[in-house]
Design a protein around this ligand. Sequence first.
Ligand SMILES: Cc1cc2nc3c(=O)[nH]c(=O)nc-3n(C[C@H](O)[C@H](O)[C@H](O)COP(=O)(O)OP(=O)(O)OC[C@H]3O[C@@H](n4cnc5c(N)ncnc54)[C@H](O)[C@@H]3O)c2cc1C
Length: 484
Amino acid sequence: MTQAQVSDSPYAAGEHTVQKELAKLLGPSGILTGDEISHAFTQDWAKDRTGRCMAVIRPATAQDVSQVCRLCAEAGVAIVPQGGHTGLVAGAQHDDTDCIILSTQRLNRICDVDTDNLSCTVEAGVVLETLQATLKEQGQQFGVAIGSQGSAQIGGLISTNAGGVRVLRHGMMGAHVMGLEMVLADGSIVSSISGLHKDNRGPDPLRLAIGGEGAFGIITKACLRISPQWQSAATAYVGCASFGDALAMLRHLRGTAHEVLSAFEVMSAACLPLAKFVDPTLVPPLDAPVHVLVQLGSALDLPLDDMLENALSAALEQGIAADAVVAKSDRQVQRLWALREGLVEGHSRRGYHVRSDVSLRLGQLPDAVSALETMLAAEFPDWIAQSYGHMGDGNLHFNALPLETMVETQAREIGKQIEQRIFDIILERGGSFSAEHGIGRTKAGWFHETMPARHNLLSRIKGAFDPDTMMNPGCLLVREDAKL
Ligand SMILES: Cc1cc2nc3c(=O)[nH]c(=O)nc-3n(C[C@H](O)[C@H](O)[C@H](O)COP(=O)(O)OP(=O)(O)OC[C@H]3O[C@@H](n4cnc5c(N)ncnc54)[C@H](O)[C@@H]3O)c2cc1C
């Protein structure tokens, strides 16, 4: 699908009444049509899919969002909410022109930071990195950190219930949500924002939007839990002989640094060359079959470097770790994290690859990695296994890269078979095929097939929020079931 095809659509600029109404409502800066719609809105981050839409709408207030929803409901036009468009399961794009993309980029105000209450209230389009920087100026921090934080927005993070590198310490995005403001399909604005830590006036129905991927309505504002900025931190890069030893290392650190253990990331050695696609000067500080990145952090001024060094010395003595380096400067910390954070982008820059986002009970991870790598070597010998992820949360990204000589169309065909095998191996072990990226459009079929009762119940609940299936149709819930 090319840009020209967007403007060739039957709903090209000026031809559809709802577009004229939306333009009247929001003014020229609030609507993009035809050739004004750049690929940033239609093509997903990984460049795997290109969607279509009749217009991109950019409201600046919740009242604007409400009016847009009313107009679209009257015209029978679907709405696809879009934040930073960094999602990895095609949730923020639609295959047809019968929808508008509602971008939250202009809903970008930080309304308050309440340091007594340890909360902040922000609009949905605030970029995570902007929030982190604002909080830091006030001696505070936000407990979610992910590789895409320079673009991902609060509304998108809530809608995917994003995870990232600090889940083992602070929990996923949903754990930080104290209240939400949402606009429903009929244009009504509903809020559960009270700023209260304790508020048991019945269950909050808006919490369905956490991980709801835009299927229940549009999040316009959120009240979020914050915490005091770290006063001390320590980072180490550890080499282990196997994923089994990496698990032993995690157990060991829990025993020695539990309260301050904030990140435990793991990468097989085969992944490391990928970071060079992002920065060719990145070199791991050690050689080992499995690389582990460990971070400790505390709001108190504690001797965390010493604590980490002592823990690592003991691990080396016990043979759990083969080698270890403790970072001695901020630059070294940054370079070690760049190795880990470069992987997602490195995979994408290399080209088409099979991507997965699975989770298991922590103790099952080493066996699952071994089963997946054995499967790939035996059944798909022209593919390279890449095992990495947030091991501290039992979250593995097992990816597979085709040899560079393989034609892309052939690779995509074989890729579907590999995805199915990964899915089988993880489900056999009671794991999940979506740990933190969500369901989107790419996994809606699997969700429907493997969890019909849950899918059905969610579809019926969606009916209360969105009776005519105007909100992100085909995302999270398969379309046939979505009107039950
Ligand atoms: C380099 C890189 C690293 C990443 N690392 C991680 C990681 O460590 N952990 C992780 O969990 N994810 C990760 N991701 C995935 C992605 O960044 C997250 O899913 C993120 O939460 C998406 O936010 P977004 O603003 O880009 O949302 P989008 O991609 O714009 O949208 C995601 C979904 O949310 C819906 N949505 C967006 N805004 C709203 C709203 N206001 N109201 C209702 N629905 C809405 C969309 O319709 C869509 O279904 C990574 C992605 C990249 C590219």
